[in-house]
Design a protein around this ligand. Structure first.
Ligand code: AMP
Length: 430
């Protein structure tokens, strides 16, 4: 590489042709599960007002404090107003309100797919631009929809042959009425150890108390061990609700583990939360997706109070898992027929032949790159792994014929142009 060539930004990825089959398999599988389950596609813009994320994700979260990419005109000196989305839920909740979706038949079930941006410290599985797929269900505050959220994710994992490799970690944070009791109990408990907590947790004490439960610092983890259990602080109603979800999952035979420390990083979660983790990944660094209920979000963004639950997963992490577990990607349609042209007359005819082949659904392309000789063109077709070469030389171009060459065994057959399409369809089983 030349010294002055520009490289990609740290923490971003090119989706290269070799990886596209994995990417497509995940997308196709996810979309099929979503559409089967009655979810409709939504795509909010990548650019939103940064205020949207501050108001929804929460002022004291890692995302808002450290990870949002601001955006502005290159020469602007004004305060930055826009941000690249760090996640989809906020934008979709905004769209739900803006498009009056609360008057649609509820629940409104939406799914999405696209890039998100976070100014994270780049490392394996943690990127600054990454693809996310996910869904939201608005207007159904039942424990059944908590379980349904797990079911549709499970269906996707099963179809990707990953269901056996992962576990659902689940927890409940209780509803609004549990909040003050929970906050009081943890404030009392953790305040006693204030000096021993990491600086982040000292701040969380005042601003985001639940996050004290999932800090990964050693000292904080020791203190967490004797903290009151969240479930013990919940009302009977919240506990019954959680029990209903667990029993529905048992009915479905879906394996889960209750993780009482799972709180998820964002402010907007209430009640049911969950995360997917590779059973063999004890570091718990790279979750394969997470979600939860956010019953206050729509109201906080200025809409009619509407319950919500959602889930998001990182596509790059699934690609890595599929490779790790040797799960096959989707095949990408490849050119089946290359047209070898020798001489100017043939060259002039070949694009017209290709156009006709395309009209009949035969994937075909000319051999390009200024290759003139038969040998070099055949070598190219061989390299491309195409099963058939159609050779048109000077003589064939004049006679209105073509030579069909089977690239596997080298057997050749001369046919008239009129027969070519039918013959190729027959050979290729199209
Ligand atoms: P979160 O909203 O942080 O729970 O993110 C949902 C999912 O997106 C995670 O479980 C990951 O699979 C994926 N994800 C989050 N942040 C990143 C990142 N920086 N790079 C790649 N994937 C990510």
């Amino acid at each position: 590489m030349k010294q002055n060539s520009i490289q990609k930004i740290r923490g971003t990825n090119d989706i290269l042709p070799a990886d596209y089959g994995y990417w497509l398999k995940i997308k196709n599988t996810f979309e099929a599960v979503m559409q089967n389950g009655g979810f409709k596609y939504i795509e909010p813009p990548i650019l939103e007002y940064k205020e949207l994320f501050i108001r929804s994700v929460g002022e004291n979260t890692d995302i808002v404090n450290k990870e949002i990419f601001g955006a502005s005109r290159l020469d602007s000196t004004d305060e930055i107003k826009y941000a690249l989305r760090p996640e989809f839920t906020a934008g979709i909740a905004r769209s739900f309100i803006e498009n009056g979706m609360s008057s649609w038949a509820l629940p409104v079930q939406l799914y999405y797919w696209g890039p998100s941006f976070r100014y994270d410290r780049p490392q394996a599985g943690r990127y600054r631009q990454f693809y996310q797929g996910g869904f939201e269900i608005f207007g159904d505050d039942t424990a059944e929809s908590d379980a349904l959220s797990i079911l549709v994710v499970y269906e996707m994992l099963e179809k990707l042959n990953l269901a056996e490799k992962v576990i659902f970690e689940i927890n409940t944070l209780g509803d609004e009425s549990d909040r003050s009791k929970i906050q009081k109990a943890y404030k009392e408990y953790f305040s006693e150890y204030k000096d021993k907590l990491c600086p982040d947790c000292q701040q969380r004490l005042d601003k985001n108390i639940l996050r004290l439960l999932d800090c990964k610092e050693k000292n904080c983890q020791k203190i967490q061990e004797r903290a009151p259990q969240l479930i013990d602080l919940l009302s009977q109603k919240s506990r019954d609700r959680f029990k209903f979800t667990l029993e529905t999952l048992d009915e479905l035979n879906i394996c889960y583990s209750i993780n009482p420390k799972l709180v998820r990083g964002l402010d907007y979660y209430t009640n049911f939360v969950f995360e997917i983790r590779d059973i063999e990944d004890d570091t718990r660094q790279s979750s394969l997706g997470g979600g939860g209920r956010y019953n206050n979000l729509v109201k906080e963004l200025g809409g009619n109070p509407t319950s919500g639950i959602g889930f998001a997963f990182g596509v790059e992490r699934y690609i890595e898992k599929m490779k790790q577990y040797k799960i096959k990607p989707d095949p990408i349609p490849a050119v089946k027929v290359y047209i070898i042209q020798i001489g100017n007359k043939a060259k002039k005819k070949s694009l017209n032949i290709i156009y006709k082949l395309h009209q009949f659904g035969i994937p075909a392309a000319p051999v390009m790159g200024g290759r003139d000789s038969l040998k070099s063109q055949l070598k190219y077709v061989d390299k491309m792994n195409a099963p058939i070469a159609v050779i048109i030389g000077q003589k064939e171009a004049i006679d209105g014929t073509a030579i069909i060459r089977n690239m596997k065994d080298g057997v050749q057959e001369i046919v008239d142009f009129e027969e070519l399409i039918l013959k190729l369809k027959d050979i290729l089983n199209l």
